[in-house]
Ligand binder design. Structure first.
Ligand code: AMP
Ligand code: MG
Length: 420
């Protein structure tokens, strides 16, 4: 049985990122939210594009106003008015100023902007009532970004700020990694679909839906292969289909030690290499990770190796093992250059948390702000790995390390916040 951290290391070793040349697509900027940039972006524009004013006020020569005050204002002739979007026509000479507005281009000769609140205008003259700092309120051309240098690196997720930067650089189309394809199927003779009546002993396949949602939230495309009976032939057919069409395969159920748990046997039939059979965690102990012989040749002489995650069947174990191991793997595969690992923060636990101390224990609950401080509260009700009902409305997993049996109320606990 591997530790959680060793399991994570094995998985990260197995997962190769998509190829930045062969496994990309070009999308409209408006549909690029959440996608991973595949190429670095450079612009031939400076930001700001020209020296411009950061305030509504007056463009002046610093030397004309450096000693002025409310008692002895500098009095300057207003020679031009420059709204945003206009090219100034005149050069500001000694004793002159231009009326200027936020974002408008600085006129030649002027080097400083005086905000209008520190002035008073009398006909065509402005009285400067306080000395500004040299170059105050001027945004210099290229102060934010210099044309020709790297604007955005490859491997970042495109959120609102990155989309705005790309829009400003006039990139209406962007090259992003294709979404990883994740095949999902549920094993079990007891499973029925949502529209079938429940006979005694049967349950609805909720794991397939949970996994589809988790895969989408992780930026990948689910490929739904449905319910598979606990029969070797059916399992073999579905796994073969899954590895032929997906980058990652996730099954739930059938990986334990029961008489009807056939997944491992079929993986062996399909020449899979099994890397992990069990992990010292709770819930989620019977986790299987395997790889198959290479499939799709990549552009850089590598071959894509489908990675198989056989998750336990219990709904809470599915959620925990997905968030702990599969989501980071999807993020790495998706082309994210960094930040794919799960992250934990230390927060105060509101209630007592218990473990048997033998396996790393994950407790689902809610991370929330109480009196300005983050606090973790475990979900109410049973923490049986078969209980999916109290997973609803949770957003975090607290982890109790091996050797620790009790975290008392008010004590610190490490929590992973699941933002989706
Ligand atoms: P297994 O790992 O196949 O032994 O399944 C463990 C438990 O999880 C059993 O109680 C199953 O009924 C339940 N289970 C298995 N697959 C699913 C599923 N797709 N949706 C909901 N519960 C499931
Ligand atoms: Mg089963």
């Amino acid at each position: 049985m591997l530790s959680v951290s060793d399991t994570q290391a094995v998985i990260f070793d197995l997962v190769q990122a998509l190829d930045h040349q062969g496994e990309t697509e070009v999308v409209d900027l408006l549909t690029a939210t959440g996608r991973i940039l595949a190429c670095p972006v450079t612009s031939n524009l400076d930001f700001p594009h020209w020296d411009n004013s950061a305030m509504d006020g007056y463009a002046v020569r610093y030397s004309d106003v450096q000693n002025c005050s409310a008692e002895q204002p500098a009095i300057l002739a207003i020679v031009e008015s420059i709204p945003a979007g206009y090219q100034p026509k005149l050069t500001i000479s000694q004793g002159q100023a231009a009326r200027i507005f936020t974002g408008a281009v600085m006129p030649k000769g002027a080097d400083t902007v005086v905000m209008q609140e520190r002035t008073s205008q009398k006909e065509n003259f402005v009285h400067i009532l306080a000395a500004p700092q040299p170059q105050e309120f001027v945004r210099r051309k290229a102060a934010f970004y210099q044309a020709g240098t790297q604007l955005l690196p490859a491997g970042i997720k495109l959120n609102a700020a990155e989309i705005a930067v790309l829009a400003a650089a006039q990139c209406s189309q962007v090259s992003v990694y294709r979404r990883p394809i994740v095949a999902i199927f549920s094993t079990g003779d007891e499973l029925v679909t949502l529209d079938q009546p429940l006979a005694p002993g049967q349950i609805v396949d909720s794991n397939g839906y949970a996994l589809a949602a988790l895969v989408r939230q992780s930026g990948a495309e689910p490929l739904m292969l449905g319910i598979v009976k606990d029969e070797p032939a059916a399992l073999e057919k579905t796994i073969a289909e899954a590895i032929a069409n997906a980058d990652i395969v996730i099954s739930s159920g059938g990986v334990s030690v029961g008489d009807y748990d056939y997944v491992e046997q079929i993986l062996a039939t399909l020449q899979a290499q099994i890397h992990i059979r069990a992990v010292a965690m709770r819930p989620g102990k019977p986790l299987t990770v395997a790889t198959f012989p290479p499939k799709v040749p990549r552009g850089d002489n590598h071959q894509r190796v489908p990675v198989y995650f056989g998750l336990p069947g219990n709904p809470a174990a599915v959620l925990v093992t997905f968030l702990r191991f599969v989501q980071p793997a999807i993020k790495k595969l998706a082309g994210l250059a960094q930040g794919w690992e799960i992250e934990f923060v230390k927060v105060r636990s509101h209630k007592e948390l218990r473990s048997d101390g033998k396996r790393e224990t994950y407790v689902w609950g809610k991370l929330q702000v109480v009196n300005g401080v983050y606090e973790f509260s475990p979900a109410g009700g049973s923490h049986s790995s078969g209980n999916l009902i109290n997973l609803a409305q949770t957003n975090a997993l607290a982890v109790i390390p091996v050797g620790n049996t009790l975290i008392s109320p008010g004590e610190e606990v490490e929590v992973s916040f699941n933002r989706g």
